[in-house]
Design a protein around this ligand. Structure first.
Ligand SMILES: Cc1cc2nc3c(=O)[nH]c(=O)nc-3n(C[C@H](O)[C@H](O)[C@H](O)COP(=O)(O)O)c2cc1C
Length: 325
């Protein structure tokens, strides 16, 4: 009895000791992440611009595009480029790619019946935003590279694109096994392999699952396969490992996508950046126990070969690195 009591007390003390470390994460996130009232740093503007123009690139890559789609995003993006950036910031390659994307958007949507809202944005583009374009980088969409005779890792890796349009080929149990048998060779902390992949091969079930996800609205009705990458937090020890599940989840996401790519599947990572309620709803919908932490989903299937995909410009190498001195 005394031993049980002692263990309970120890448990409570250990739980309380975790709070300062979680609070440390919270404070840093609240201070530096982008949220209403906290738009002040250069990084905030670029992050936002990339997110908005990426949605326009995505819209441009869809086969059945809605006419004049995303005009609110266009308005927002042009406001930021016109009002919130200095001249040197407008030369940033992502701003340049955003302008190239806007150019393709207006070219593609122009016709005799355009709405007033479209014409207003187009005029702002022609009079102001287009003048910022230096012609150095591209944007919008690019053709999908469907080669499969990769001769080295560099060409294999560089020729992967996120795929959002799939043909109707059914995914087989054997396909799932083949994908996992490659992907599981990724590293994991202490080789604990604390990962569980929930998967579904039913287009209708996938649509229901994806209705809870916020980045698949335009293609969720035709997704042959889904994987949900979860990590088992019962494998993690102490406050120090509080984020390890997400790290391993991220490593698995890339490993699965590469395995799919090597087998001729197209795939798209799908964020699971949701509220507590949405997380609970998904877990309830498909019976995922609470001790699993969801990192993200992956939509996959055989790609439609003649699709275009978002241009998705990469930053220059130097922008990613800083030498430690
Ligand atoms: C963690 C993560 C979450 C993502 N979430 C979504 C999403 O919700 N919807 C989507 O269409 N694409 C999503 N993507 C795909 C990115 O948009 C894509 O990787 C990026 O634009 C680069 O393009 P590429 O993969 O074709 O090179 C996600 C990617 C990652 C890594």
């Amino acid at each position: 009895m005394i031993k049980i009591m002692k263990n309970k007390v120890k448990r409570v003390i250990n739980c309380l000791k975790m709070i300062p470390d979680f609070y440390y994460d919270y404070k840093n996130y609240a201070k530096h992440s982008l949220h209403v009232g906290n738009y002040q740093e250069e990084g905030h503007a670029f992050g936002l611009i990339i997110r908005i123009y990426h949605t326009i690139e995505k819209g441009l890559s869809i086969t059945n595009k809605k006419p004049e789609f995303g005009l609110d995003s266009i308005h927002w993006l042009q406001n930021i480029i016109i009002n919130n950036l200095s001249e040197s910031e407008r030369n940033n390659i992502h701003v340049q790619s955003a302008v190239a994307t806007l150019n393709k958007y207006f070219e593609l949507n122009r016709n005799e019946n355009n709405s007033q809202k479209f014409l207003y944005e187009e005029e702002r583009f022609n009079k102001t935003v287009s003048k910022f374009y230096t012609g150095k980088v591209n944007g919008g969409t690019k053709s999908l590279n469907v080669a499969s005779d990769w001769d080295n890792y560099s060409t294999f890796f560089k020729n992967r694109s996120s795929i959002r349009e799939f043909n109707t080929d059914v995914i087989l149990d054997d396909d799932i096994k083949k994908i996992i048998s490659i992907a599981k060779h990724c590293p994991s902390a202490c080789n604990r392999q604390a990962i569980k992949i929930y998967y579904s091969k039913s287009i209708s079930q996938n649509m229901e699952i994806l209705s809870l996800q916020n980045g698949s609205r335009t293609f969720r009705d035709n997704v042959p396969g889904i994987m949900i990458v979860c990590s088992d937090i019962r494998y993690q020890e102490g406050k120090e490992e509080r984020n390890l599940g997400y790290i391993e989840g991220g490593i698995w996401i890339m490993s699965l996508i590469n395995a799919m790519h090597s087998l001729g599947f197209g795939a798209c990572a799908l964020n699971w950046c949701v509220s507590r309620k949405a997380d609970e709803n998904l877990k309830e919908l498909i019976n995922i126990p609470k001790h699993y932490q969801i990192s993200a989903m992956i939509a996959f299937g055989r790609p439609n070969k003649d699709q275009v995909v978002p241009y998705s410009l990469r930053k220059d190498n130097e922008e990613f690195i800083e030498e430690i001195k």
